[in-house]
Structure formats: C-alpha cells, structure tokens
Design a protein around this ligand. Structure first.
Ligand SMILES: C[S@@+](CC[C@H](N)C(=O)[O-])C[C@H]1O[C@@H](n2cnc3c(N)ncnc32)[C@H](O)[C@@H]1O
Length: 322
C-alpha cells in the first residue's frame, strides 16, 4: 500500500478523532509530571483548560474529517472492506497538513497568500494570450488538475460533491490548533476559519486526475482529428518539480503533454528534500539546460516535426529562487 494511497488516506481521516485524542492524552500525561514548584504560575496559566479546549476543537474538526471519510466510502465502495494494514498505518500528521489547505486554498483568510502565488501565473498567461491574439479563447478554461495523494484529493472531493458542500462558507475548521508553536495567544491558536470561499464543482471543463503526473495523458486522445489537438496549451507546475525523484522524466513528460508552441509555466522552489534520494538535484541553471535538451527530445519524438515549447519560470518576490 502506497503512502499516499486511497486506503491509507481514508483510514487516516477516519481515525483523526481517535489519534488526536491519543496525542492529547500524551500531552496531559506530560503536563502531569510537572513538579509542585511554581504552583501559582501554573494555576494562573491554566494549561489544563487549554488542553480541554483542544479536545473541543478536535471534536469540531472531526466533523469535517468524518465527512471526508464517509464521502470517500460513498465514492469508492471498495473502502467498505477495511484493510487491516491500512488501519495500522494511519497518519495523523498528513491529515493535519492537508486540512491546512482548506485555509490556504479555500478561505477568505488565505486570499492574500493565493494572490501572491497565482497572480504571477495568471498574469503571464494573460499576457501570452494577448500576444497570441487568442483573447476569445481566454474567456473560458479547460483544465485538468493532477494530484497523486489521496490525503489531498479526498478533502477536495468533500468540496466538489454537492451533498457534502452545498454553499460557500458552509464549514468551519480550526487548522492552527494542531501545532502549539509560534502562537501569540490561545485565541489565535484556536481560531476557526470558514470555508470554502466558493463551492467548486467538477464539470466537463474541469477534471481531476488522481495519479502520478507521469501517467497523466492528454485529455481527449481519440476524439481529435489533428494529431496535437489532444495536447495542452499550458502546463502549470506549482511547488511541484522539486518533489520529483526523476526530474528529467518529469520534464520530458511535460514536453509530451504540450502542443507544439505550448507553454510550461513553473513556480516554486528547488528544495530537494523528498523522502528518497532523487536521481538528480539540479540548480535552476541546470533545469533550464535540461529544458532546452528536452525540446530536442520532443522534436525527435514528434517524428522530426517542429515541436517547440516554451518555459516561463515565474518567481514570487520572496521565492527561494529570487
Ligand atoms: C509541495 S506540494 C504543493 C501543493 C500545491 N501545489 C500547493 O502549492 O500548495 C506538492 C504536491 O505534489 C504532489 N505530488 C508529488 N508527487 C507527485 C506526482 N508524481 N504526481 C502528482 N502529484 C504529485 C504532492 O502530493 C503534493 O500535494
């Protein structure tokens, strides 16, 4: 069973409340070993009350995680038979990390951060459309989203499915409560966020592909008459390429997904810290060299036809790449 698999992710969301309770018990036990010294200070701070509050917060968050797990069973009936191996491998940390994306990607509070990330990409894309006089086409997007980890896509499904998310700002979650570090006050630690700011839906022009990027295919392989029409005008990679253990295959795959003259837009760091040793850990200069080589490879694969693609390396003001 893969670490990002459906079974493991489902089990982890199912067990969120239980694993959170266990974590809280450890915190209570650790607190109880404090000596009798500083009794007054301890009384004043009221740390046990903070832990009680934490329990209420995780109960609240569990309404979301239970909803995510229940929907997963509805959408993937194979999950009705629980895998004992998955039960033993539930990962609370990954659930806590994934829940933060409701804040970052789907709340009003996350809007400023989103703008910093997405605005440069959308600006580039808009300028390219203008340059290519394809303004009409810009009126609507046809988009394929790709994500390997079911820890990420099960919460997204919770938003996409009309039964679990009917309207904007329908849900509440306290995503900061999972880490007591770097908090000015307990109120800020336990503050809730409402989400989603919009209720997204799958539709013919918005697809979700839940598998490894290099397995992603162009979207209408059999319906198009022209040999390249099934490919993408744009591939956007966001905080992604440094997760690859085989960057050169990833770059080559980007070329094969793009139409001739298509554009790859990339934003994100080169933080080579995956769980395993990557085949190459390149500098930006080396990535750009590899992209040039990839174009030639793309040419050969296209049977000698002209098949150029362009890379736009988009930087945020404070990104690691400057
Ligand atoms: C650093 S996160 C960035 C997430 C998101 N793009 C953002 O900016 O918040 C990288 C994401 O890529 C996903 N990922 C890693 N390897 C992948 C692969 N081979 N195919 C598809 N997604 C992958 C991970 O599960 C993770 O969600």
């Amino acid at each position: 069973m893969g670490i990002f698999s459906l079974e493991r992710a489902h089990e982890s969301y199912t067990q969120y409340a239980r694993l959170s309770e266990r974590e809280l018990s450890l915190m209570r036990r650790s607190y109880s070993t404090l000596g009798r010294a500083n009794k007054n200070i301890r009384y004043k701070i009221g740390y046990p009350r903070k832990l009680d509050r934490m329990k209420d917060i995780t109960d609240l968050n569990a309404m979301i995680t239970d909803g995510i797990a229940e929907l997963a069973v509805e959408e993937f009936p194979s999950l009705k038979t629980r895998d004992p191996a998955a039960a033993g491998s539930a990962d609370l940390g990954r659930v806590q990390e994934s829940l933060k994306h409701f804040l970052q990607d789907w709340s009003k509070e996350g809007a400023a951060e989103r703008t910093r990330i997405f605005a440069p990409i959308l600006d580039f894309r808009a300028r390219l459309f203008l340059a290519e006089r394809e303004v009409d086409a810009a009126a609507g997007y046809d988009t394929t989203a790709n994500e390997l980890s079911f820890f990420m896509t099960l919460p997204l499904r919770f938003l996409l499915f009309p039964k679990t998310t009917t309207t904007p700002i329908e849900h509440i979650l306290c995503p900061y409560a999972h880490r007591f570090s770097h908090q000015r006050t307990n109120d800020s630690l336990f503050r809730g966020i409402s989400f989603p700011d919009v209720a997204p839906r799958l539709r013919p022009t918005f697809r979700l592909v839940e598998e490894g990027f290099t397995k992603l295919k162009a979207h209408h392989p059999t319906k198009m008459m022209h040999m390249y029409m099934d490919r993408y005008n744009y591939v956007v990679t966001l905080f992604f390429i440094d997760t690859s253990l085989d960057l050169l295959s990833t770059l080559n795959h980007i070329h094969t997904l793009l139409r001739p003259g298509g554009t790859w837009i990339n934003l994100g760091p080169l933080l080579w810290t995956g769980g395993a040793q990557a085949k190459v850990e390149l500098s930006l200069e080396e990535v750009l060299q590899a992209v040039e080589e990839g174009k030639e490879y793309g040419n050969r694969r296209a049977g000698g036809r002209r098949h150029c693609s362009r890379l736009y390396q988009v930087s945020r003001a404070k990104s690691a790449l400057g």
